[in-house]
Design a protein around this ligand. Structure first.
Ligand SMILES: [Mg+2]
Length: 363
């Protein structure tokens, strides 16, 4: 399994770079793409100039403007980003059949066998970066490694416009030195938890047995166990991209009381919100699915003008949608809440991948 050659390609400050390319007067200036600083919008992407003021994706636009009042705020132009996305995907497919897009600007490629018979995966990565630049006038960074986890970490190392290679021999030593905060899939809360346990680097994490990791962190513990040993068996899955996040529940006995339905909607909203936060995504459209006791199912949805991920926002919309159904008169057998029209934080949309179940190697 670990004789694979995986490349992770990631465009640099993608949305902001497209804006700077299309409006040359923005080159060299702090550019923030996202919601309006007057509203409750968030930063979806910041140019490197804006980042030097401390502006980061996921921050509120209001906070961003306080850090850098001279920043240029731009609403996202998804059509423009999608066009570039199609161009780079076409380039990926010239080199590999196994291409897994993670968002508009990021993908894994399995180039164990590359379609152009280039002599090495490093060569393939450089050829792809060059071709992306020639085609789009935008830069990309890439990581080359024996698996997805390492390739993803590697693409960040020489960003922007850089390449980093981790060979199979280097994998274990590389992860040993890696600070816990740099592990994709380890969020702030887990990082704090690990620090409390005295775990600061991959080498510390490696001291824990599989049983201990499962005790401390639940199911995801087995993922940690394997990645610190340089192992990540997840295959590159062709053309997979997350378009929505949802959660639903079928009830053993039908819900009849309105307050029960409302409590459930609030609970599901928290669940969906947590998933959005883990994948650093915001959604614009909320859907509510209701199955009545007679098994007929209705779906209602509503779109907001801005992207959100907060549980209260989700619950408020879902409750409004509930009143457009016959739930309170007919009763409810199933409730589901979904969020679509997703906007991913520019360069970390793949967090969610780590939370999907996968088969563990036999060791
Ligand atoms: Mg990116």
């Amino acid at each position: 399994m670990e004789n694979r050659k995986i490349i992770h390609v990631d465009m640099d400050a993608f949305y902001a770079s497209v804006e700077q390319r299309d409006q040359p007067e923005l080159k060299g200036k702090p550019v923030v793409v996202g919601g309006s600083p007057q509203g409750r919008g968030v930063v979806a992407a910041a140019s490197y100039e804006a980042r030097s003021f401390g502006i980061r994706s996921a921050m509120s636009a209001y906070q961003a403007v306080r850090l850098c009042p001279q920043a240029v705020f731009i609403r996202p132009r998804f059509q423009a980003y999608k066009e570039v996305s199609i161009q780079i995907r076409e380039i990926f497919h010239q080199y590999a059949d196994l291409v897994e897009p993670l968002s508009l600007d990021e993908a894994y490629l399995d180039v164990t066998n590359n379609k152009k018979d280039l002599p090495s995966a490093t060569w393939v990565a450089q050829a792809i970066r060059k071709q992306i630049y020639e085609t789009t006038q935008l830069t990309a960074s890439a990581g080359v490694a024996p698996n997805k986890f390492l390739a993803k970490v590697a693409s960040d190392i020489n960003k922007p416009n850089g390449l980093y290679v981790i060979t199979p021999d280097e994998a274990v030593g590389f992860v040993a030195k890696l600070p816990i905060g740099r592990f994709h899939g380890i969020g702030k809360a887990t990082e704090a938890r690990m620090h409390q346990l005295g775990i600061r680097h991959g080498s510390d994490l490696r001291e824990l047995s599989l049983t201990e990791l499962l005790q401390h962190f639940g199911k995801i513990g087995s993922f940690y166990y394997h990645i610190v040993r340089g192992l990540d068996p997840r295959p590159v899955r062709t053309d997979y991209i997350r378009k929505s996040v949802s959660s639903e529940e079928t009830y053993r006995s039908d819900l009849r009381a309105q307050h029960e339905m409302e409590d459930e909607i609030k609970r599901l909203s928290h669940e969906v919100s947590a998933r959005l936060q883990r994948s650093r995504a915001w959604g614009k459209t909320v859907s509510l699915k209701v199955r009545y006791p007679d098994f007929t199912t209705v779906t209602r949805s509503i779109s907001a003008s801005d992207h959100h991920q907060e549980p209260d926002w989700l619950a408020a919309h879902a409750l409004a949608l509930l009143s457009q159904t016959d739930a309170t008169t007919k009763g409810v057998r199933l409730l589901g809440i979904g969020v679509s029209n997703l906007l991913f934080e520019d360069d970390s949309s793949s967090g969610i991948q780590l939370w999907l179940p996968f088969d563990l190697p036999n060791n």
